[in-house]
Design a protein around this ligand. Structure first.
Ligand code: AMP
Ligand code: MG
Length: 413
């Protein structure tokens, strides 16, 4: 392939090879953040039975219509119904049952009078007196939660592909489900490559640097719902690169991700090894940073080779890898939600689709973007300072101050 591939075309080619992984059952306690694999319908009504929403007295509302502080209605207390128990004694006219919040309404009752509207108080652990004076009337349904008022049996509660939120666990548990069908977390084997790389914690020799891409990529993958399988670092040595590919295959990865070694350097062996072990397309993508991109497969496992420069690897991961991970994970592949901002300065580009590091300020209620420092693809500090990536479309060489541009927030805080 010659020439430049557009970002969109590269994304589409990558996405086309991915299918959602299989599903698994996971205990409700551990399913937050997981992607639901099936629609969940209510197996029954919620609440499952009509119950009291107050601590008070279950009554026949017709009995207490005329009640007031100056002329209380006195009822006979014939039952005591704590939460978790029921009474099947039907209330007769003139009768009440003491009832606690969440307890089932007894037959015959159609309203609850809160204890605050009676002439009595609950004493901890004590049984009720045989009579109660009701100081305020109640209409049918007052302080009562009807069976099914929240959810009716068969209703879809949570839709397939939803990323489960903590509150979702509440409704799942309320239905009595102990396990939830979710997509398995895609396994992404990743390794960095380069003779110069040393792991943090080790002393640096002459000409060496610490591996940073491995950490960034693993964290991005994890945030996107994947399970990173970090394989460490391969030196620029075909045999050792091959050994890590073998480990990735043995780990049954759904995707293999590498950084560095895919460019035109004399020791960029990654492409050669992949070609020998599987198949490889190498693309020059019309973007900045991150023009070189390797895409292929080893033992039928898709492989994406990101460039080594830290900002290129980061942007490449956002633009190409995370959408693939989302698709693997059973979600819509759509990349992060993009928004717009007004440019606080004129921005020059070389005509490639550019992902520039920007800070965002709010002036007069408008989002204003300016660039963070030096945009070199090795400069990680300007990436750390950035709140968003600012996108200059392909073919555009200059965007004037005051014009609108697309931005991509880097975190939702
Ligand atoms: P390469 O793609 O191998 O030519 O690497 C491009 C640049 O990225 C070089 O300056 C490398 O030292 C740097 N680089 C490569 N891999 C990493 C990494 N894992 N962490 C930090 N920098 C890296
Ligand atoms: Mg290298």
């Amino acid at each position: 392939l010659t020439g430049l591939l557009s970002v969109k075309e590269a994304q589409e080619r990558i996405l086309s090879v991915f299918q959602p992984v299989d599903t698994e059952m996971v205990p409700v306690a551990r399913c937050a953040g997981r992607i639901l694999a099936k629609d969940i319908s209510a197996p029954g009504d919620l609440p499952p039975f009509t119950n009291s929403s107050m601590d008070g007295f279950a009554v026949r509302s017709a009995d207490v219509q005329a009640a007031s502080p100056s002329s209380p209605v006195v009822l006979q207390v014939v039952a005591d119904i704590p939460a978790g128990s029921t009474s099947d004694i039907p209330l007769q006219p003139g009768q009440a049952a003491r009832i606690m919040t969440g307890a089932a309404l007894p037959p015959g009752a159609d309203a609850v009078v809160p204890v605050e509207n009676t002439d009595t108080q609950n004493s901890l652990g004590a049984s009720p007196a045989s009579q109660v004076g009701v100081l305020r009337g109640a209409k049918p349904g007052d302080s009562v939660r009807q069976r099914g008022m929240d959810v009716t049996q068969g209703q879809v509660l949570l839709e397939k592909q939803r990323k489960l939120q903590p509150q979702d666990l509440g409704i799942l548990a309320s239905t009595g489900m102990a396990q939830v069908p979710v997509f398995r977390r895609p396994r992404v084997a990743l390794f960095s490559s380069g003779d110069e790389l040393v792991q943090p914690g080790q002393p640096l020799g002459q000409g060496q640097i610490y591996d940073s891409n491995g950490f960034v990529l693993a964290a991005l993958l994890e945030q996107a719902g994947a399970q990173p399988v970090p394989l460490g670092t391969a030196p620029d040595d075909p045999r050792q690169i091959e050994a890590l590919l073998d480990r990735a295959i043995a780990e049954k990865a759904d995707l293999i991700l590498t950084s560095a070694g895919v460019s035109v350097g004399a020791f960029d062996y990654i492409r050669q090894v992949i070609e020998a072990r599987g198949r490889l397309d190498f693309w020059k993508v019309d973007m900045r940073p991150g023009k070189p991109l390797a895409f292929g497969a080893c033992a039928d496992i898709p492989l994406i080779g990101l460039p080594g420069n830290p900002v290129s690897a980061f942007v490449g991961c956002l633009v190409f890898v995370l959408p693939a991970v989302r698709k693997l994970a059973g979600r819509e592949a759509a990349p992060a939600f993009r928004q717009t901002a007004i440019l606080g300065e004129t921005i020059e580009s070389d005509g490639r689709e550019s992902y520039l590091r920007a800070v965002i300020e709010y002036r007069h209620g408008q989002r204003v973007a300016t660039l963070t420092g030096h945009q070199g693809s090795g400069n990680m500090f300007s990436l750390v300072q950035a709140k968003a990536l600012l996108i200059v479309p392909s073919g555009v060489k200059s965007l004037p101050s005051g014009s609108e541009a697309e931005i991509w927030f880097l975190s939702d805080e």
